[in-house]
Design a protein. Structure first.
Ligand code: C6P
Length: 395
């Protein structure tokens, strides 16, 4: 990977923070955008702006084409069919869509894990209150990997859905999603994979994973905010009623009732984020031109490099991990570390990372988290390590 050339595509990397060049290690929260994505969004507004699926005029046709092509590109990126690609606002909305649209009944069991982001926990907790479902929570092992024996013991005949993250946003653990989906299906349960931290970093193939649903966000993979994806198999999506109702998701409406549009439009009510779709297409082109396997390997190498160099720290998560490192320096609060690093232009996240139950399980309030992407370098990691040493000396 030619990182120096890649870096030139990201205007924000020229920014100085407190007089230091920006080092952006908060990629798990959101990634920076290359000028190709920024350009695609402004091109849309300058040349093609119109609503989609509503006009016979030229601009509407062109805007519809851009929007539909984004579905096709996404489908190709995850090896699926464009009818199985629903655009949402983000991963959170994608998961909520399933929570509200699948037919859950009292006593149905949903299996999640303690390492889930709040987005893959709170919607199911609400179903406990609203519908009387039973929520079962799989533990993590001492090393921060998913406890597969516990998972097997929790899936059974009453399981309606297994909903597990592919990559933990705190621990960097990469879960065996293919095996998890197989276990769910052996018990006639649906399987939802939270791909918020996998789709941006590793090659994800819907056919290979074999999930019923897969949720991810464009803004975590060089794309714009306000754009998310819910992949669902045609079968699973056909079994669900719509999430939101209104314009564009209908086939026919009388003053009494309505019938639903074909997939994926049945789940895309109202005017969508058309410019966002244009930007997302450009992001997918960008990632594809580098190659997801290369990205995965590069980020894992960066994580390994950093872990080998961080001294006197508790590092959370298994050895086999994606490019996410959560750690705590002994006796120094995570926010103090993040605050000090920011003084040197280094952006890391500190706190509970929207995974409070995991923090409680680990007996901590939060961690410092450095997460890497295609534009990060070992030199940047060296600078962070130097500053961690300085924090240790000074605090
Ligand atoms: N995690 C982080 O800093 P949204 O906000 O809907 O795009 O993504 C939610 C989400 C769901 N699942 C996982 C595994 C995630 O990591 C996230 C987002 C960010 O860790 C923001 S809290």
């Amino acid at each position: 990977m030619d990182v120096e050339t890649i870096r030139k595509d990201f205007p924000i990397l020229n920014k100085k923070i407190n007089g230091y060049p920006l080092i952006y290690f908060d990629n798990t929260a959101t990634t920076q955008k290359p000028r190709q994505v920024i350009q695609a969004i402004s091109d849309f507004y300058e040349k093609y702006n119109a609503n989609i699926h509503r006009g016979v005029h030229r601009l509407s046709q062109e805007a519809s084409e851009i929007y539909e092509q984004a579905h096709e590109k996404t489908a190709k990126f995850i090896n699926s069919d464009w009818r199985e690609v629903i655009f949402t606002k983000n991963t959170t909305e994608s998961i909520n869509l399933v929570a509200h649209s699948l037919d859950f009944n009292k006593g149905d069991e949903i299996v999640i894990s303690i390492m889930e982001h709040h987005s893959n926990m709170v919607p199911w907790q609400e179903l406990v209150k609203e519908k009387g479902i039973v929520l079962k929570i799989v533990d993590v092992k001492e090393d921060g990997s998913l406890d597969m024996e516990d998972l097997k013991s929790k899936i059974g005949k009453k399981t309606k859905l297994v909903s597990i993250t592919h990559v933990s946003n705190v621990l960097g653990a990469v879960n065996p999603v293919k095996e998890i989906c197989k276990l769910a299906h052996e018990n006639q349960a649906y399987c939802l994979i939270d791909g918020a931290q996998s789709a941006p970093h590793i090659k994800v193939d819907m056919k290979r994973i074999g999930c019923d649903f897969f949720a991810f966000s464009a803004h975590k993979m060089l794309g714009p905010t306000g754009m998310g994806v819910l992949y669902g198999t045609k079968q699973a999506l056909s079994e669900m009623g719509p999430f939101l109702t209104g314009g564009d998701m209908i086939k026919k409406v009388t003053s009494k009732e309505a019938s639903w549009n074909d997939l994926p439009w049945k789940f895309e009510a109202g005017t969508p984020n058309i410019a966002g779709a244009a930007g997302f297409s450009a992001a997918l082109d960008y990632l594809t031109s580098i190659g997801m396997e290369k990205i995965d390997k590069y980020e894992r190498d960066l994580a390994k490099y950093a872990i080998e160099r961080i001294k006197d720290a508790h590092i959370y998560g298994p050895d086999d991990r994606a490019g996410i490192i959560s750690f705590n320096l002994k006796k120094i609060h995570a926010h103090d570390v993040a605050y000090f690093l920011d003084k040197k232009g280094i952006a890391v996240r500190s706190g509970n990372h929207c995974a409070q139950p995991l923090m409680t399980k680990m007996g901590i309030l939060g961690t410092v988290r450095a997460s890497f992407y295609v534009y990060n370098t070992k030199k940047e990691i060296d600078f962070m390590i130097e500053n961690l040493d300085e924090i240790r000396r000074n605090l």
